[in-house]
Unconditional design. Structure first.
Length: 256
């Protein structure tokens, strides 16, 4: 209960702080919208009449905003600029602040982005997104947010060893775009490639909730997708915990 109250307080404070960076926040939100907009335009032009594609990218808008990462600023830069020293003096784990700042950032992404999506849907017309499929996709969306945070947090912790952690997180983002169903929906990939991409963590962070929302998956495929999400969440959680334990000793050894 104390941890929940603490997280809520940090989230409220961070949400208010983001208002002081409105221009930067707006830029980030529009940047997060580019890939779904381009995908919607490109693939609907390449495959006219395929409403599944349109529904997929309209759902992907929400996934992109909900999973958008800013951990580079709250984790990596905190290490480089010495703010981590202050976090280590607080009577709670530094990850609490990182989670709260991520939640606040995602809140503003959705608050500003959903009206944009409504406008795009109004222009594109009814693409067959049903309330039932959207409800089925909600747990997958929550898990996608958690997996993406754990994945990005792990990449950002590389700053405890390296000066170019930004390059590492950029590579991680590129892999998610290429293999997570953002650049190309996995249903359009060859079967052999699709089987591999389905097992990778990137689909769990992006394409999977959009696939459910657009009605592309059978019940068995949905269950399998949830299993992959749960497995990757545990894996990245364990990896980030190990990186923190070993990295913080290295951080202290070189003087913070």
């Amino acid at each position: 209960m104390r941890w929940t109250r603490l997280l809520a307080a940090y989230t409220r404070r961070s949400a208010l702080e983001w208002l002081g960076y409105r221009s930067f926040l707006t830029t980030l939100i529009f940047n997060n919208s580019i890939a779904p907009v381009l995908g919607l335009a490109l693939w609907t032009a390449a495959l006219p009449g395929e409403t599944d594609i349109s529904a997929y990218f309209l759902a992907l808008f929400v996934v992109q905003w909900a999973t958008a990462s800013q951990e580079y600023y709250s984790v990596t830069m905190a290490i480089y600029e010495g703010d981590l020293n202050d976090d280590l003096l607080r009577p709670h784990a530094p990850i609490v602040r990182a989670i709260a700042e991520g939640l606040a950032y995602r809140f503003w992404n959705l608050a500003v982005g959903l009206p944009i999506r409504a406008l795009v849907e109004a222009i594109a017309g009814d693409q067959g997104l049903t309330g039932g499929n959207l409800l089925r996709a909600l747990p997958a969306l929550v898990l996608a947010v958690a997996v993406h945070f754990a994945y990005t947090y792990s990449l950002c912790l590389s700053a405890l060893w390296f000066q170019q952690a930004g390059a590492i997180t950029d590579i991680g983002t590129t892999l998610t775009v290429l293999f997570g169903g953002i650049a190309v929906p996995l249903m359009l990939l060859p079967e052999s490639v699709r089987r591999i991409a389905t097992a990778l963590p990137f689909r769990a962070m992006a394409g999977f909730p959009a696939e459910i929302a657009s009605g592309q998956l059978t019940n068995a495929e949905v269950v399998a997708g949830y299993a992959w999400q749960g497995g990757w969440l545990l894996a990245f959680g364990a990896i980030s915990a190990w990186l923190w334990r070993t990295g913080i000793r290295h951080y202290a050894a070189i003087g913070g």
